[in-house]
Design a protein around this ligand. Structure first.
Ligand code: ADP
Length: 400
């Protein structure tokens, strides 16, 4: 039985086709820079773990609907596809970002679930709408297939109350469910589990700080296998400075700006979610590749944006070090975390004073599970490529 796993991010769709029983990946790919200049699909045909063929299709891709159409066409292609007909796909697993307090486990999607997810969209305006688009588009292409939603919030459900409550009147939590939920849960869980395997220790014995640094970015403190705190909150806007999201700001800035610039609620949401972060700071791009190149060419605003980003990551590392009573390992994952030696160096350079030492040869490796700290380093530092899709495939297997 084959299943398709879809991970609709804010500017990308990642997909993998699995054979359910063996968990073998037959093909995988990513559509990047959706709605931006230079969008493209990278499709990889796999045999076992070996890459058999890699295809890149450069094309204007305006929205997630168009991206999914391109993915389906590619999967059916005679030369580099893996499906003889769409009927080969029996189930589709979806990464869904925000399930509110309603969903703490994966669910089979039906009309009621769709309605509930729509109701949660105002809490994740960048994510739940593309997730829903992904679900409705796959329902059109694969109407017979079971659709299963796997939530980003699930891994963080065991966070203690002192970590998930805000300093607001308690009734706000009771009436509206306003609390920290945390996101990227499947990613934090996966990399923490893999880190334990790489370190040859039981996850239950480890304190790990997992840094998911992509267009959306979050950090989690994983103590003895439990996510005890995380940087994203009620929505995926809180925490780190991100690609286009502001992360933490003084909440008083919001009414101040609304008054000064006459902004509506929607406009201020757009400002914080889509016009801020490293894009807003640099005035150049939300894409870290663009910023790293620009910094090397002497663009001071790009350098400033990267500086602010790294600085904020380090502040959270410090906080999680304290609340866990130390740490055993620091893990980098997601687009920037996996692929940017420059950003990993920038962050780790702050940690020299506690004895963190990076092996520069190992740090030049990208997108591969590697321990990048050297043998003298006081703490282990690892790169673990994100594999949310495998975690989602396992949830699909469980529910089927
Ligand atoms: P999301 O799923 O939130 O869209 P990803 O985890 O796919 O995010 O990460 C996307 C980010 O990763 C982009 O900002 C991109 O610039 C960055 N990225 C990808 N490759 C590199 C690289 N080689 N160096 C620096 N940043 C990179």
């Amino acid at each position: 039985m084959k299943i398709l796993v879809i991970n609709c991010g804010s500017s990308s769709i990642k997909y993998k086709v699995f054979t359910l029983a063996s968990e073998d990946v037959l093909a995988k790919g990513i559509v990047e820079r959706i709605g931006m200049m230079g969008s493209q699909l990278t499709h990889v045909l796999l045999t076992g773990r070996n890459v058999e063929k890699k295809t890149i299709i450069e094309k204007d891709i305006n929205d997630h609907q168009a991206a999914l159409g391109l993915i389906v066409g590619t999967l059916l292609d005679q030369e580099y596809g893996v499906l003889t007909s769409l009927g080969d796909i029996k189930a589709v697993g979806h990464r869904v970002v925000h399930g509110g307090e309603k969903f703490s486990e994966a669910v089979m999607v039906d009309d009621h679930v769709i309605k509930s997810l729509r109701a949660c969209s105002d809490m994740a305006p960048l994510h739940n709408p593309p997730n829903l688009l992904g679900i409705s588009a796959t329902q059109e292409y694969f109407p017979w297939a079971r659709q299963i939603a796997v939530f980003d919030t699930a891994f963080h459900q065991k966070m203690p109350q002192k970590a998930y409550l805000y300093g607001l009147p308690y009734r706000i939590y009771q009436e509206y469910g306003v609390r920290r939920y945390g996101f990227h849960g499947t990613s934090h869980q996966y990399v923490a589990e893999r880190a334990a395997v790489l370190l040859g220790q039981a996850l239950g014995d480890l304190k790990i700080i997992t840094c998911h640094l992509g267009n959306g970015a979050s950090i989690a403190a994983v103590k003895n296998g439990i996510a005890v705190d995380t940087s994203m909150g009620f929505t995926p806007l809180e925490g780190l400075v991100m690609g286009t999201r502001s992360g933490n700001v003084d909440p008083a800035i919001i009414p101040y700006l609304m008054e000064k610039e006459g902004l509506s609620v929607e406009e201020v949401n757009t400002l914080l979610n889509k016009e801020s972060g490293v894009l807003g700071l640099s005035g150049l791009s939300s894409d870290f590749r663009d910023l790293i190149i620009a910094e090397k060419q002497g663009n001071t605003r790009a350098a400033m944006a990267l500086d602010v980003f790294a600085y904020n990551v380090v502040k959270y590392i410090g906080a999680y070090f304290m609340i866990m009573g130390g740490t055993d390992a620091l893990v980098f994952t997601a687009g920037v975390g996996e692929n940017s030696p420059e950003m990993r160096n920038q962050i780790c350079s702050y940690l020299k004073f506690i004895g963190v030492e990076i092996d520069q040869v190992k740090n030049s490796v990208n997108g591969k599970e590697t321990i990048i700290s050297n043998s003298r380093s006081s703490y282990k530092v690892l790169i673990i490529p994100a594999n949310e899709e495998l975690m989602i495939a396992r949830e699909v297997k469980k529910l089927l």
